[in-house]
Write a protein that binds this ligand. Structure first.
Ligand SMILES: Cc1cc2nc3c(=O)[nH]c(=O)nc-3n(C[C@H](O)[C@H](O)[C@H](O)COP(=O)(O)O)c2cc1C
Length: 229
């Protein structure tokens, strides 16, 4: 049987999506899936961290209103028929990130028309509104199917992960030093265990795709969201 072909389109601001995808791609390739991985880059490089508290507030407000961040054109090789497209990126203020919104504006119909799309979301913890919004934008591009998403949430409990992400974006290093906060917030982003889990998931997904299984039956979100660090 011919190998299945999957396009991955990803944006990652602080390397969290990228780290998960690295192991996931390796897992899928082990199962024989052919992967083409197209990273989305903004025209103007976005500095991480944002750097100050006021500029972090401003970015959060702008992204709440779905500010677009212009992106560089994709390689022509992305515009083909695929067995599946994985559209991966972070949640920004309850929305898909600005670069992914630009991708949908610029190339949505050309890329996604009649394709099966699996959204993958890296977030602090609040992804549902992002998923609904993304699904509705993809449907406007005449997508064939939008599958249930793969979701990875930061494993640190609330309220620390919200405070931790904000401080990290504002240029502080809440996970460093000897402060009491470090004990409740040991790490920004996903745990090593989650990155490993993305690898197993990639293998599972690769196996299912290669076997020709009905992809609408896939569901991945639950075990990963509830995991602790
Ligand atoms: C401007 C901005 C807004 C964010 N808003 C949310 C949010 O509404 N919900 C959430 O769960 N995470 C939110 N986050 C956190 C990111 O989704 C999270 O850190 C993610 O793991 C980053 O992935 P990346 O490194 O691939 O960009 C926000 C991050 C940024 C930069």
């Amino acid at each position: 049987m011919a190998n299945k072909r999957v396009l991955i389109l990803s944006y990652s601001y602080s390397h969290q999506t990228r780290n998960l995808l690295k192991t996931m791609v390796a897992g899928m390739e082990e199962e024989g899936v052919e992967i083409v991985w197209e990273r989305i880059f903004t025209v103007e490089k976005l500095r991480f961290p944002i750097g100050t508290i006021p500029s972090t507030f401003i970015m959060m407000l702008q992204t709440f209103f779905r500010k677009r961040y212009p992106i560089n054109p994709l390689n022509e090789s992305a515009f083909q028929d695929w067995d599946m497209i994985i559209l991966a990126g972070p949640t920004w203020s309850y929305n898909p990130s600005g670069p992914v919104l630009s991708l949908l504006d610029d190339e949505g119909k050309k890329l996604f028309k009649n394709q099966t799309v699996l959204p993958m979301i890296s977030c602090r913890g609040y992804w549902r509104v992002h998923y609904w919004g993304l699904k509705s934008l993809l449907n406007k591009c005449d997508v064939k199917t939008v599958l249930s998403p793969i979701v990875f949430s930061h494993p640190t409990p609330e309220p620390w992960r919200t405070i931790g992400v904000f401080l990290k974006l504002a240029g502080r290093t809440p996970e460093a030093g000897t402060s009491w906060f470090r004990r409740v917030y040991p790490k920004y982003g996903h745990s090593r265990k989650q990155v490993e889990k993305a690898g197993y998931l990639g293998k599972e997904l690769g196996h299912d795709i290669q076997s020709g299984m009905e992809l609408t039956g896939l569901s991945f979100e639950t075990p990963i969201r509830t995991e602790t660090a």
